[in-house]
Design a protein around this ligand. Structure first.
Ligand code: ATP
Length: 362
């Protein structure tokens, strides 16, 4: 079993606190992504697990064994870097076998492992070539192959697809997903690309300034973001937000209203206490806004721009309070710039966040 348990991990660079008490429990065989904006600490967390950064506090446990004090080479972890880090003067076979030779693995066994990895990655015919004779995608496969031959307990991948063009990224993404299924080994993947994280991962860790903002399945993050940060980070186009006032109305229900809003919205929320009152934020995803007739609407607005993408239209709307909302309508929406539109926010799709930006669980 090779799950990863991280307890109270702290890391500073000088006086800059980069990781602030990270706790994570990653299951054996899981594919987990670290996702977050630039500078939130993804790479530092990955490097701390690998042992490439010395941590200030806390523990990393791999397969039940504390590894924080072990040097990187003793951790049974393989890392794939963004720039591949291949040896330019060695051919592919050598690139794959070099680490094993250094560790004194017998030649016959090395050959078996290299041929096996090459077969899995379909690079057998490239074994004699040097890195500069390979395409970006082929280099990427060699870098992954170098991790596979080591048969590690854990794979760490740091933005491994970011140097590839858009088409190849998609192909390699599918290959990575298949590779994970085939090997069944625990993988941790760093990316700032939410589509990559959402499509590849069993679960995603969203990091915000050195803290875990939420750790959940891709759909949990999308449908039940725990706070404003995750709500605004996950989803494209972004969730729309509106300042509202909210108060408890009955058992597990909040009633929200806002300046310029017709009527009120009653939102059923399991996590709402009986004594809620005060300023809140309402969040609603673009595809959950309904463009309706005036008498059914919660708010009025004016069309700024319609982007027609074929299967859907993204309608940019200026509300009366000056804010811009995006609504997605299926198919080709007929609205033109300057038209008046009427927005409805269906209660079952409204996310409500308290003054601290925390969501009420549904
Ligand atoms: P990106 O997506 O841009 O790669 P990231 O989320 O991986 O970002 P990290 O590289 O982990 O972020 O960096 C987290 C913070 O730590 C940043 O503020 C960065 O400037 C700082 N940092 C990282 N490495 C060092 C270092 N060796 N010395 C000083 N500060 C560092």
């Amino acid at each position: 079993m090779a799950g990863v348990k991280i307890d109270g991990l702290e890391k500073k660079f000088g006086s800059l606190r980069v990781l602030k008490g990270i706790d994570l429990d990653i299951r054996d065989g899981e594919f987990v992504s670290f996702l977050g904006p630039s500078g939130c600490g993804k790479t530092t967390l990955l490097r701390s697990i690998a042992g490439l950064e010395e941590i200030d506090e806390g523990q990393v446990v791999l397969g039940g064994q504390p590894i924080s004090k072990l040097p990187p080479a003793k951790r049974d972890i393989a890392m794939v870097f963004q720039n591949y880090a291949l040896y330019p003067h060695m051919n592919v076979y050598k690139n794959l076998s070099f680490g094993l030779s250094l560790n004194g693995v017998p030649k016959a066994q090395i050959d078996e492992r290299v041929q096996n990895a090459a077969r899995i990655l379909q690079i057998t015919e490239l074994l004699k070539r040097r890195p500069k004779q390979l395409s970006g995608g082929q280099r990427q496969r060699v870098a992954i192959g170098r991790a596979i031959v080591r048969d590690p307990k854990l794979f760490l991948l740091d933005e491994p697809l970011s140097n590839l063009d858009a088409g190849l990224r998609v192909t390699m993404r599918v290959e990575l997903a298949n590779l994970h299924k085939r090997l069944g080994v625990t993988m941790i993947y760093v990316t700032h690309d939410q589509v990559e994280a959402m499509t590849l991962s069993d679960r995603v860790v969203v990091l915000d300034q050195g803290k875990v903002a939420q750790f959940g399945t891709p759909l949990e993050l999308f449908y039940a973001p725990r706070n404003l940060f995750v709500a605004s980070f996950i989803g494209s186009p972004k969730m729309n937000f509106l300042d509202v006032s909210a108060k408890s109305s009955g058992e597990k229900e909040l009633t929200v209203s806002a300046a310029g809003m017709s009527g009120e919205i009653k939102v059923a929320l399991e996590g709402a206490a009986k004594d809620v009152v005060g300023p809140h934020t309402l969040g609603i995803r673009p595809d959950n806004i309904e463009l309706v007739a005036q008498d059914e609407a919660h708010m009025n607005g004016q069309v700024l721009l319609v982007e027609r993408l074929g299967t859907e239209s993204q309608v940019h709307i200026k509300l009366e309070n000056g804010q811009t909302f995006v609504a997605i309508a299926r198919g080709t929406h007929p609205a033109a710039t300057g038209d008046g539109v009427y927005l409805k926010f269906p209660a079952q799709h409204c996310h409500i966040f308290n003054g601290e930006g925390q969501a009420y669980p549904r």
